[in-house]
Design a protein around this ligand. Structure first.
Ligand SMILES: [Zn+2]
Length: 82
């Protein structure tokens, strides 16, 4: 059986849907209620890509860096809700 490893922690999953549900737990709700955030250290690959391009649109989310580039921030794109 194929095992999916979490890119943020040591958890492993046997189905894509379980993994995607788990991934959501790594993002914390922002205080303004509009977006979610996580520390940059958790995803250096994504952080590097945003540093190079300014912002990134991926899988229905728009990603950017805040807090002097130490925090990954994402907001859901309006169009993804339809
Ligand atoms: Zn994880």
């Amino acid at each position: 059986m194929r095992v999916i490893k979490c890119r943020y922690c040591t958890c492993q999953f046997f189905s894509q849907s379980d993994y995607e549900a788990h991934l959501k737990t790594h993002w914390k709700q922002a205080k303004n209620g509009e977006g979610e955030w996580m520390p940059c250290e958790l995803d250096s690959y994504l952080t590097e890509r945003i540093r190079n391009s300014g912002a990134l649109v991926l899988g229905g989310y728009r990603y950017s860096l805040i807090g002097d580039g130490k925090i990954l921030y994402r907001t859901r794109l309006e169009s993804a809700e339809y």
